[in-house]
Design a protein around this ligand. Structure first.
Ligand code: OSB
Ligand code: MG
Length: 372
């Protein structure tokens, strides 16, 4: 039983080591919300992955702040929770806003695991001690630069290369990559940059032996993806289009994809993420854990989620050093890539990392506290 006593909400900003560019835009600074929840002397942490702008989804740090502060926290006032699953039911009246819900729900999960003196991975039903790590490479200025980045990532040990693509930065790029790296596990992520009118161009991607093609069409679409999947040999993986277990069910029934990228933020939290995992596992659909340029806190949540048995493909969970300089890291220990291209789950209760509060303070733009 968790009798919540205090909640803190912060907006933070961290400088990325390098700008990250996708088909929808370029990011140099990562904004996020960090939430902590206290009960009986224990503290749980969560990260809301909504960013500055509504490009990946409609949520932003400002909409998430509004929803968390004005609706989600008040719905937990005076409440004792047995299990984090109960938060979803308490928030049922709030339509949408999955990232806002996920940030606070993650903190409840961490707290729950700590109060039961187990790791978050154990609390979720994870059975791995290491998870496979892939790297997501943003759109670069030119192909030679991309080839060098791939080379470096492979030498660091990453087990799968994902390239961001968009019309005009696709076939030529993949041609050059396959010329130099014929055997590597390679995927491409379009972040919804194409339409069904581009089907012929997308069919050409079949010859690059991609492990999957991620979210080629509309961010909200399932029907056109089903059409496209019938025309492609390459498995489609949906990211943006899967906003919860109901979308996953619809996508599998329609044949819109053969793989699902699970991000707890996009689907409303870890309980919802686990429900999608369970559904896919029952139907033999592989899943993997996507990323949103998380700080160490969100990264620790992703690792715990990816330790579930159905996460059978390399995840977008890279070492902390992929995005942030060591002085900005918010947690200890940092996440390092093992020589075999995996990241080890930290041992310890809950998330298994210690939040460095002075670092967090330095990154904070805005803070509000609630006594419940
Ligand atoms: O589509 O998977 C995506 C980053 C921000 C928004 C969307 C996506 C991404 C990534 C990076 O691909 C994954 C990561 O390493 O965190
Ligand atoms: Mg994606």
């Amino acid at each position: 039983m968790m009798k919540l006593s205090q909640i803190s909400l912060r907006e933070i900003e961290l400088l990325l080591l390098r700008p990250f560019e996708t088909s929808f835009g370029r990011e140099q600074r990562r904004r996020a919300l960090i939430i902590s929840v206290e009960a009986e002397g224990l503290r749980g942490w969560g990260e809301c992955v909504a960013g500055s702008d509504p490009w990946y989804s409609y949520e932003t740090t400002r909409t998430a702040w509004h929803i968390i502060a004005d609706y989600l926290i008040p719905a937990l006032q005076g409440v004792s929770l047995e299990h984090p699953d109960e938060a979803w039911a308490r928030w049922r009246r709030v339509r949408g806003h999955p990232m806002a819900k996920a940030g606070l729900e993650q903190a409840l999960w961490d707290l729950y695991a700590k109060s039961h003196r187990i790791s978050l991975s154990q609390a979720l039903g994870g059975d791995k001690t290491q998870v496979e790590s892939g790297i997501s490479i943003g759109i670069q200025s030119d192909i030679p630069t991309t080839l060098k980045l791939i080379e470096r990532s492979l030498s660091q040990g990453y087990r799968r290369i994902k390239l961001k693509i968009r019309p005009g930065w696709d076939i030529q790029l993949l041609e050059a990559v396959r010329a130099d790296f014929s055997k590597i596990r390679l995927t491409a992520d379009a972040n919804a940059a194409y339409t069904l009118a581009d089907a012929a161009r997308l069919e050409e991607l079949d010859r690059f032996d991609l492990l999957m093609l991620e979210q080629p069409l509309g961010y909200d679409d399932l029907l056109d993806h089903a059409d496209l999947q019938r025309r492609l040999k390459t498995p489609i993986c949906l990211d943006e289009s899967i906003k919860g277990p109901a979308d996953a069910r619809r996508a599998l029934e329609l044949g819109s994809c053969r793989i699902i990228n699970i991000k707890s933020g996009r689907v409303g939290g870890l309980s919802q993420a686990k429900a999608i995992h369970d559904l896919c596992r029952a139907q033999n659909i592989p899943v993997w854990c996507g990323g949103m340029l998380e700080t160490g806190i969100g990264r620790a949540h992703n690792l715990a989620l990816a330790s579930l048995p159905g996460f059978s493909l390399p995840n977008d969970i890279s070492a902390s050093a992929r995005y942030y300089s060591p002085e900005l890291e918010l947690v200890e220990p940092r996440f390092e890539l093992n020589a075999n291209g995996t990241i080890s789950l930290p041992d310890g209760l809950g998330l298994g990392v210690r939040v460095l509060e002075e670092r967090l303070e330095r990154a904070t733009l805005k803070r509000q506290d609630w006594q419940l």
